[in-house]
Design a protein around this ligand. Structure first.
Ligand SMILES: Cc1cc2nc3c(=O)[nH]c(=O)nc-3n(C[C@H](O)[C@H](O)[C@H](O)COP(=O)(O)OP(=O)(O)OC[C@H]3O[C@@H](n4cnc5c(N)ncnc54)[C@H](O)[C@@H]3O)c2cc1C
Length: 367
């Protein structure tokens, strides 16, 4: 059976790798660019799983599935590819700031701690003293308390995606980069079955098609008359460098507060981001807001004053694929087609949800 996957970001690569373990599948991945570009290249790779506010339903199950799979996936990929994948196992520290209008915030967190305990996960509420002891780099006056989630993780999205591609390639997946998919071939779309894709490298046939093209998904589906609109949301971030790691060199969790992540990279390097910038109505053009970018850095400095002395290595930006008027992500059959699967619109959590998405798609194809 031939499976054609369109898109080789974190999602397409994860699907290719997961499917490569199924006997009897002939898998081709098409991308107009090299692997790990677009949204994936810009991501910080913070896996907000256990510390997320999702506690039930599909949103929680997908997070739980991904968090479980990551624990086996990273060592598996490292062994197959002999590549090192930066995977931070020191957890996430979420800083709770004073919000007078949200004075039951701490109560909500206490409730989440109880729920997670009943689900078999650990979350700790730290007072300022405990926070200072564990993370001396943080100006504790800025925060009311903190939540520590030791089982949450962060992964380098580019290293992950390249390892998935290598490992899938090892298992026989055929990758074709520099191939732009133009759409489903209308002359070969009978009843509810798509047989071919039109591409810049000619027609490509398949038994199954998986659309994992992020922001490129909507134009591909236009001719199916299914309006699945994926719109961009811009994110800007910083790469900062200190001479040495902040605080305790042996304890470098991701620190997050007021929707700003401070992500330890290596040595004294930190990624800090990201802005969340929506397009104006009726347009997909987003002009990066310099002030918002600056305010992200200032927030990080308020939490970790040492960052004021950091050298700016670079800033970058990327577009998150967000489904319009429906919840993220879109993992489903394309309505009207029995062999076209959508794995797109992962918005702010595509790196987190890549392993779970791949498992769900595998189930849809194999069952
Ligand atoms: C600044 C920023 C920070 C982020 N931080 C996090 C984070 O901390 N944690 C997290 O989980 N997520 C994060 N995200 C979100 C995450 O990056 C995305 O959800 C994820 O990368 C989506 O992956 P994807 O494979 O679906 O899309 P993409 O990475 O965009 O890949 C889509 C691929 O499809 C290809 N393509 C598109 N159209 C076509 C076509 N017609 N023909 C051929 N190929 C095509 C593109 O070339 C591209 O390679 C962040 C995003 C941004 C921008």
């Amino acid at each position: 059976m031939n499976v054609v996957i369109v898109g080789c970001g974190a999602i397409g690569a994860a699907i290719a790798y997961e499917l490569s373990q199924v006997k009897g599948l002939d898998i081709t991945v098409l991308d107009k660019q090299p692997p790990a570009q677009a949204s994936t290249k810009a991501a910080l790779g913070v896996l907000v799983g256990i510390i997320s506010q999702k506690t039930h339903g599909k949103a929680w199950l997908m997070r739980q599935l991904s968090m479980q799979r990551y624990e086996t996936l990273i060592p598996e990929l490292e062994e197959i590819t002999a590549r090192k994948i930066p995977f931070n196992r020191q957890g996430i520290v979420m800083l709770l700031c004073e919000h007078p209008q949200e004075n039951n915030e701490l109560e909500n967190w206490q409730k989440l701690v109880r729920i997670r305990q009943s689900q078999g996960y650990q979350l700790e509420i730290w007072d300022r003293g405990t926070l200072k002891q564990n993370c001396p780099q943080i100006d504790e006056k800025q925060v009311m308390a903190a939540i520590y989630s030791p089982q949450d993780r962060q992964v380098d999205p580019t290293a992950l995606t390249l390892a998935l591609v290598d490992a899938a390639g090892d298992r026989g997946v055929n990758f074709k980069f520099g191939v732009n998919v133009l759409g489903m071939s209308s002359s070969h779309t009978t009843k509810n079955i798509c047989q071919q894709l039109e591409t810049t490298a000619g027609k490509i046939t398949g038994d199954w098609f998986v659309i994992a093209a992020g922001l490129g998904s909507s134009p591909l589906l236009a001719q199916s008359h299914q309006l699945i609109e994926i719109r961009p949301v811009l994110g800007q971030a910083w790469h900062l460098r200190l001479k040495q790691p902040m605080g305790n060199g042996c304890f470098q969790p991701v620190i997050t507060g007021n929707d700003v992540h401070i992500v330890p990279a290596s040595g004294g390097d930190y990624w800090v981001g990201a802005t969340v910038e929506f397009p104006p109505d009726c347009s997909d053009e987003i002009v990066p807001d310099k002030q918002l970018l600056e305010s992200i850095k200032q927030q990080a400095i308020a939490f970790c004053p040492e960052l004021a002395n950091a050298t700016v290595i670079r800033t970058w930006s990327g577009l998150r694929p967000r489904p319009h008027k429906r919840s993220a992500p879109v993992i489903d059959k394309l309505p009207g087609f029995s062999n076209v699967l959508l794995a797109t619109g992962h918005y702010r959590n595509g790196i987190l949800l890549a392993p779970a998405t791949a498992l769900v798609i595998r189930e849809m194809i194999v069952s």
